[in-house]
Design a protein around this ligand. Structure first.
Ligand SMILES: [Zn+2]
Ligand SMILES: [Zn+2]
Length: 195
């Protein structure tokens, strides 16, 4: 495993600067990998055998990507946006899955670990570098069933939406009364079409 300093530098370069969220993300990722028994995530042995579900789409998500090597585009990093500073690390070889959560208490412990710093943001950033794992994070062993259509590899299906004609892969389509529809057509999407 690379050093904490190396990880922080790499993450800062990618994320565009240092911040408490990314520092927390680096710590979370390092601890998560350790929990599932992986210390060289970027090696050929492990590169394709780690999966991470991250529960927040903020700074920490970038840090998780850099430290674990998991990528959205490789389908090894899933964003399940619960708005919780937590992530689950899965060792695909052993099946072991551990959910790591940033402890709310860590926020109020920051002054203890960076007493000289008066700026709250900077104090958190510095404290999260040095705070022991057990004060910063909590861990729970979980079970994650990954459906085949979510796994890395070629798409397992490809169908056309019968309303708009867009093609949909990996079983993301919806069938209503025998009609195959894409999700936006079936349930409404994040976008609206102009008239
Ligand atoms: Zn940030
Ligand atoms: Zn459609």
């Amino acid at each position: 495993m690379k050093s904490l300093e190396e990880h922080l530098a790499e993450t800062a370069a990618f994320h565009g600067g240092d911040c408490p969220g990314q520092t927390l993300g680096v710590r979370l990722a390092r601890a998560g990998l350790q929990q599932i028994g992986i210390d060289d995530p970027l090696s050929d042995r492990w590169r394709k055998n780690i999966m991470v579900y991250v529960e927040i789409d903020r700074c920490a998500a970038d840090a998780l990507m850099i430290v674990t090597g998991c990528r959205v585009g490789k389908r090894t990093l899933k964003i399940v946006d619960y708005g919780i500073m937590a992530a689950t690390f899965i060792n695909l070889k052993t099946g072991r899955a551990v959910r790591v959560i940033a402890r709310e208490e860590a926020r109020s412990l920051a002054p203890k670990y960076a007493p000289e710093e008066t700026n709250k943001y900077e104090q958190q950033r510095q404290a999260y570098r040095v705070m022991p794992d057990e004060e910063l994070l909590s861990f729970e062993e979980v079970k994650v069933t990954i459906p085949p259509e979510d796994l890395p590899g070629s798409p397992i299906s490809r169908v056309a939406c019968e309303r708009c004609g867009d093609h949909v892969v990996d079983m993301r389509e919806v069938k209503i009364d025998g009609v195959t529809l894409c999700r936006p057509c079936a349930r409404g999407g994040y976008f609206a079409r102009g008239d």
